[in-house]
Ligand binder design. Sequence first.
Ligand code: MG
Length: 331
Amino acid sequence: MMKITWRPITLELKNVFRIAHGASARRHNVIVQVEEGLGEAAGVAYHNETPERIIAYLQTVHLAGDPLHLVDMLAQLPQGGSRAGRAAVDMALHDLWGKRLGHPLYRLLGLNPADAPPTSFTIAMDEPKAMAERAAASGMPIIKIKVGSENDEAMVRAIRRATDARLQVDANGGWSREQAAAIIPRLAQYDLQIVEQPLPAGDIEGLRWLRAQNPGVPIFADEAIKTPDDILAHAGAVDGVVIKLAKSGGIRAAVEMIALARALGMQVMIGCMVETAVAVTAAAHIAPLCDYADLDGPLLIANDPFRGLRYDGARLLLPDGPGLGITRRAD
Ligand code: MG
């Protein structure tokens, strides 16, 4: 049997992270190790992913065999229970595979790291003035603004005046159909690249209706997209989808979902949760397959114990070490 261990970790956020679902100053994730491979599970409340639930999943995982037979190893993962927990073990198995083979994951997948799109930088909800100051101070060329409040237009206007960055908005499902149809054309005048999850997850007919109104901004689904079936159900209803390892259940499933979305003519954004360099670097290894990246998790955390993905402004610099290429900061 392969050795699996885990350790809960508390992440302190640099700024209170406020979105349409609620606000948090810290997050509780779980770091997983399979032999020398590392993974991470994000405890995202709206996914019902608590550390307890993640650990309950990890206790059901029993792996045996040759880690070089990655597909066989992944096939042993229980499909029920915590998707974030499954994602963490999938990451750790990819890390272990790469470490045993002595190559970075992106190279084993045949990907050119220079093809990774630049990341957006997220500005959580706050007073418009504070949001504008944070956006300007970041110097980042792509800003994702969390909306879905009473103040959406004031926030976007203030940030537009403070920066020339390309702007995306993410409502996290916080608008009704009528609100979305009214506000999106107003926000479009501030030159938006993307509007993410304008309607609650599951309102696919609403998205189809909204898109048919020609709101002037490409619409992406995020919270609604967890499985290949979700992508199929959203075909024609959105312009693109947001894939995250914690939602898909890992790297293997994410790669399959990216291929499916592309086959259906959708654009793809690779995203992350509030996660350390472990999970976000894992996502960055497959970013070259995607059109957009939202991989700023480590930039939002004050106490990341890991080092992996680095940033040159918005440009993603993948580590060259074997597997995911993660090291511990204490090292
Ligand atoms: Mg989102």
